[in-house]
Design a protein around this ligand. Structure first.
Ligand code: URQ
Ligand code: ZN
Ligand code: ZN
Length: 477
């Protein structure tokens, strides 16, 4: 299958240039001016549009069993919706249940993801510690292409881990050359505030936000960074939502510590007023952790992205429909936590980031694709427009506009947190593994076409660099 994208302007994390892009057998095979039209191949005329690397969403939870229910979006519908919005790969999460080993859980999640329409990979959560967990982290890195391990500092009584587990797991990740990632909220403080609010008769969705004030994230982010420093490991903080956590990351990075921060598209444009909405269902639909914040936190997140102190954007796509959210009708702690966004992340970031002047097109590519590929060691296979890379590309129309709505989105959920938002910047064509899967509003996602993406650990790379350096020293005499 050959496909030629003709006449576009290629935009990468570094620069922009006018060129055709030729794809064959799922890879980019030529980039240049006036490339010959392949006989029998498909031609996509880009016209005035841009050609960018397919978006990578490093934080999704398709069909996650959570809080007594299962997320409504599955691996097929969720990745298909992503393709419609310009996202061609996800990194989802394996989250072992109580007494379930990481390796057993990984195998179950691999089975679930076989229906995916786009490429996928997994962060594996460490929810307990034992010799078996330690050993299986090694197996997962050596035999299954896992190079990142997740830790929840929240969700007491469920998947929350304490400092002891964090220290052991961070040390093991460092030994393996893998990246520890954290959900940074102090779960003990959340639990304490939940009990106090319920005792005071606060049962509505606003209780969710009141039980997770910014300091709860700031403390946990600071602690995770400190523990990573104790171990000498890198650390990646997911869904940074507060100026406190953003500042903690910036302080650590200024000292040279290897800390990364991820921002959700939702937290950049939605604020805490949603929890004061008169309609219970509307407020409950916005219950996610960390919660939406006061507007001034959004400025800190945009500043972090523009300055490079925060590196990636994601959606934490974890969908629950109204009947599922209603489980918490009388008790906000029972409202399943999660919102969606995979289909709209790229347009929301282009509109509020590039059109608003906060970000350049190159920075947009950096935070929607390339930085994630680099941090999780799949660059330049992913996140790049270079010969040999996977042919995951988006013909991006920077001027087209659309109105976001649950009534028209492809996501399998009955609510859209960006409802009625008019955005500029739209995926006109999406090419995944060299196939045209989204074109001018027609979605041709194929169930099961997605591939599991191995992500090699860094230790091998670092070891290779050390060997090369010592060989060069020896040769220099
Ligand atoms: O905490 C997470 O990232 C998962 C459980 C999704 N839910 C959420 O509210 N973010
Ligand atoms: Zn989380
Ligand atoms: Zn999550």
């Amino acid at each position: 299958m050959t496909l030629l994208i003709r006449g576009g302007t290629v935009v990468t994390a570094e620069h922009s240039f006018h060129a055709d892009v030729l794809c064959a057998s799922g890879k980019i095979v030529a980039i240049g001016a006036d490339l010959a039209v392949p006989s029998g191949g498909t031609v996509v005329d880009a016209g005035e549009a841009l050609v960018i690397p397919g978006g990578i969403d490093p934080h999704t939870h398709m069909e996650l069993p959570f809080m007594g229910t299962v997320a409504s979006e599955d691996f097929f519908t969720g990745t298909a919706a992503g393709l419609a919005g310009g996202t061609t790969m996800i990194i989802d999460f394996v989250i072992p249940g109580p007494d379930q080993s990481p390796l057993d859980a990984y195998r179950i999640w691999r089975g679930r993801a076989e229906k995916a329409a786009a490429d996928y990979s997994f962060h594996v959560a460490i929810t307990s510690w034992s010799d078996r967990v330690r050993d299986e982290m090694g197996i997962l890195t050596r035999e299954h292409g896992v190079n990142s391990f997740k830790h929840f500092m929240a969700y007491k009584g469920a998947i929350m881990v304490d400092d002891d587990v964090l220290l052991n797991s961070f040390a093991r990740a460092l030994e393996l050359g893998a990246v520890p990632t954290v959900h940074a909220e102090n779960g003990e403080a959340v639990f304490h505030l939940q009990q106090r609010l319920l005792a005071e008769g606060v049962t509505g969705p606003q209780g969710h936000a009141l039980s997770r004030p910014p300091v709860v994230e700031g403390e946990a982010a600071t602690r995770a960074i400190a523990l990573a420093q104790v171990i000498g490991a890198p650390v990646y903080i997911v869904h940074v939502s507060t100026e406190q956590a953003a500042a903690a990351i910036a302080r650590a990075r200024a000292t040279g510590q290897r800390v990364f921060g991820e921002v959700l598209a939702q937290h950049l444009v939605i604020d805490e007023s949603v929890y004061r909405h008169s309609d219970w269902g509307f407020a409950a639909a916005h219950v996610m952790s960390p919660p939406f914040r006061a507007k001034h936190h959004q400025a800190a997140l945009w500043a972090g992205l523009a300055s490079g102190q925060l590196q990636t954007t994601a959606t934490d796509h974890c969908c629950f429909c109204a009947p599922q959210k209603a489980a918490g009708r009388d008790n906000f702690t029972a409202i399943p936590n999660g919102t969606g966004g995979i289909e709209d992340r790229m347009s929301v970031l282009w509109h509020h980031g590039v059109v608003s002047g906060r970000l350049t097109p190159q920075e947009f590519v950096r935070i929607t694709s390339t930085n994630t590929a680099r941090i999780f060691n799949i660059f330049p296979r992913k996140g790049a427009v270079v010969i040999g890379a996977d042919a995951d590309l988006v013909v991006w129309d920077p001027a087209a506009r659309r109105r976001i709505s649950a009534g028209t989105h492809h996501q399998n959920v009955d609510f859209n947190v960006f409802e009625a938002m008019e955005v500029q910047g739209v995926a006109r064509h999406t090419i995944a593994a060299g196939r045209l899967v989204w074109t001018e509003g027609d979605l041709c996602a194929v169930r099961g076409a997605g591939r599991y993406v191995d992500r090699p650990c860094f230790s091998a790379e670092l070891r290779a660099i050390k060997i090369r350096n010592s060989a060069m020293k020896a040769a220099a005499g």
